[in-house]
Structures are given as C-alpha cells and as structure tokens.
Design a protein around this ligand. Structure first.
Ligand SMILES: Nc1nc2c(ncn2[C@@H]2O[C@H](COP(=O)(O)OP(=O)(O)OP(=O)(O)O)[C@@H](O)[C@H]2O)c(=O)[nH]1
Ligand SMILES: [Mg+2]
Length: 350
C-alpha cells in the first residue's frame, strides 16, 4: 500500500471511530493490543477527539465482587429513569492471571443483558506482553474508547501489584473494592493501594465481618489523613451514613476517600456509590484537579517514551567494539560504572 492510500485508510477508520462505529472500535482495540502500525496511525488521528470521558477505575483483590459491581453501575448509568442516561464502556484487565478466559466467560454471562444495549461497549483486554506494557496498552485503549464518545469508561483490574496501581493511575476516579473475611483489608493497605483510592467499597455487606473490614479501613484512613485538618477526620468518622456528600466534600481542602457498603449481587448501595462517584468528579473539576492529574500522568507517559527512545538511539549509535572495551575496563576494576556511562555518552555525542 502506498503512503497516500495508507493515510486515507487511517483517516477513514478514525472517522468511523469518532462516529461511534462499534465494529471499527473493536478492530482498533485489537490493533492497539497487537501494537500494529495502523493502530498507532489511527491513534494519532483520533487523539484530538479524546479527553472527554470520565474514567473510573475499579480495583481490588480477586473475587471481591468488582465485576458484579461494574455491571450494576453500568445499569444505573444507563437507566433512562434517572434522567441522564450516559453511554458506558467497560474494560476488564487481568494482568496477573493467565486463566482470564474463564473469568471473562463468567462476566459475559452476567453482563448479557448489558451487551444488547448500543450505549454499552464491553471489552476484556488480552494480556500478552510485559506487565509494564499492559498499562501502556490500556492507556491507548482508553484513548480509543474516549474518542468513540463513551461518557463513562469503567476499568476493572484485579489485584494490588504495581501493574494494577499503574493502570489505576489512568483513572480520574479510583474505586478500591474490599470484601469481609479474607483479611483483604490488610493486603490492600500493605500494597499501598489505599493511597490511590478515591472511594472505598466494602462489598458483600451481607456477609459476617463487614464491621471489622469497615473499621480497619476507617482507621488506616485516619492514620493516612492525620496531617489533614480536624474536619477531614470528622468526615471519615461520619463516613458511610452521609447523604449530603456533594456539598460537604467540596468544602474540603483535600479529597478524603469515602467508604461505602454494598451488596453488589442485589444492587444494594449502588445509588449511594454513584453519588460518591459524581461528587468526586465534581470535586476534581471544581478544584481544577482533573487537569493537574492529566498533566502529571501525561508527563510521566512522555518521559517513559523518551527514556525508551533515547536508549534505543544510544544502542543504535554506539560502536559495539567500544562498548565492549569500556565494559571490560569496568570488569577489570580500571574504570568505575559512572565514569563508563559518561564515556559512553561522550562516545555517542562525538
Ligand atoms: N454474598 C455476596 N456475594 C457477592 C456479592 N458481590 C459479588 N458476589 C459474588 O462473589 C463472586 C465474585 O464476584 P465477581 O463480581 O466475579 O468478583 P470479581 O472481583 O470481579 O472477581 P475477579 O474478577 O475474578 O477478581 C460471585 O460469585 C458473585 O456472585 C455480594 O455483595 N454478596
Ligand atoms: Mg471480575
């Protein structure tokens, strides 16, 4: 294919994406996952149409009820009775498990009724490649969904490792889901995932031990926010019972994570959780934090790419023989590693 034909094909695909063509979108996501040239070319074309969606991350230990929760959230967001029916994209990412097939199948069955809805797009991410690569791929998939015009993008990730934290950073609002009885709260706190939570959900509130989980979360929040003012601490103490979240939250200097109790299987507590999501989005906008968040994220994304690119350039430019000479000097303790790095860079520059 010639360059001009390729360009016109790219533009045609981009137009379809922005117009909301689901088939083109599904194909583009596959291209993004496979890191194909056309995938990047289309991303280049649609980038100017992104930045409109509210990205909501849902993360937590396996089996806490994230998918059930996502399903109910999507249903309420889609409900025309609520007056503001919004389009929803759902992405499930599972970097830690090589057996995602089964779980996705389970989700498919549960989300069957949503799947017939043209305002809902559901996708599970293939998880080939390195852990670091998954966050980058997810980021690009989110761009595609954003350009396709979905108002809300729900991203489900499992676990509490670095990859999940990286993916969670892509979200504007992060929901961390806990469930009683597994000692999960300790696991989550240890992994530092609490730090990224904007909203905390104690799901499976129909099970024994809810109060213990709730208390554990509250006290770790209080430790985390000790430095903040007294108002914040009172806010945490009142926690779940609040119904006037929106107004009060906007008066805070910093956002204090709210705790919600839900029974996802019965759809209990979902309306309250949605109020929390909306309050957080409002807060981000009022405080101008949405832009700040994006700036920090984009800066680090660019820096990662820059580092990769510079290193690739370096490898391509440096004379292999010279590299080996310097390396053997370091091995022989005739040269320090930091001097070696300097000499290698000098070698490239000259
Ligand atoms: N009792 C009770 N069970 C629930 C609740 N929410 C979800 N479950 C059940 O918990 C199991 C796991 O739910 P999922 O929604 O698949 O959990 P998940 O966090 O998405 O799981 P992974 O994606 O595999 O990590 C299912 O059998 C659900 O029916 C709840 O509120 N109460
Ligand atoms: Mg799930």
């Amino acid at each position: 294919m010639g360059k001009i034909e390729q360009k016109s094909e790219t533009v045609a695909i981009a137009k379809k994406i922005v117009a909301g063509n689901r088939y083109a979108l599904a194909k583009l996501i596959t291209s993004i996952e496979n890191e194909t040239e056309i995938g990047y070319a289309v991303l280049e074309e649609i980038y100017c149409s992104t930045g409109k969606a509210h990205i909501i991350g849902i993360t937590g230990a396996p089996g806490t009820g994230k998918s059930t929760l996502v399903n109910h959230l999507a249903r309420v967001f889609r409900n025309p009775d609520s007056g503001t029916s919004r389009s929803v994209a759902i992405v499930a990412v599972d970097p830690s498990s090589p057996f995602t097939g089964g779980a996705i199948l389970g989700d498919r069955v549960r989300m069957r009724d949503l799947m017939g809805d043209p305002g809902v797009f559901i996708r599970s991410m293939a998880t080939r490649g390195s852990l670091g690569g998954i966050a980058a791929t997810t980021s690009n998939v989110l761009l595609a969904l954003d350009a396709a015009g979905y108002d809300l993008i729900l991203v489900e990730t499992v676990g509490a490792g670095q990859a999940e934290v990286d993916i969670a950073r892509l979200a504007h609002t992060t929901i961390v889901v806990e469930a009683p009885g597994l000692g999960d709260e300790i696991q989550a706190i240890k992994a530092g995932i609490l730090e990224i939570a904007d909203l905390l959900v104690v799901n499976k509130a129909d099970k024994p031990g809810v109060e213990i989980t709730e208390r554990a979360l509250k006290s770790s929040l209080q430790i985390g926010y000790e430095k903040e003012n007294k108002h914040n601490l009172e806010f945490i103490a009142q926690g779940i019972e609040r119904s006037d979240i929106t107004l009060k939250q906007q008066n805070l200097e910093t956002w204090v994570p709210l705790i919600f109790k839900t029974v996802a299987t019965r759809g209990q507590g979902i309306d309250e959780l949605i109020k929390g999501i909306e309050a957080h989005f409002k807060y981000l906008n009022v405080k101008n934090e949405l832009i700040q968040k994006e700036e920090i994220r984009l800066k680090s994304e660019i820096e990662i790419l820059l580092r990769e690119k510079l290193f690739t350039n370096f490898q391509q430019t440096i004379v292999k023989k010279k590299y080996h000479q310097i390396l053997s000097k370091v091995l022989a303790r005739k040269l320090t590693p930091w001097r070696a790095a300097e000499q290698l860079i000098d070698g490239v520059e000259k």
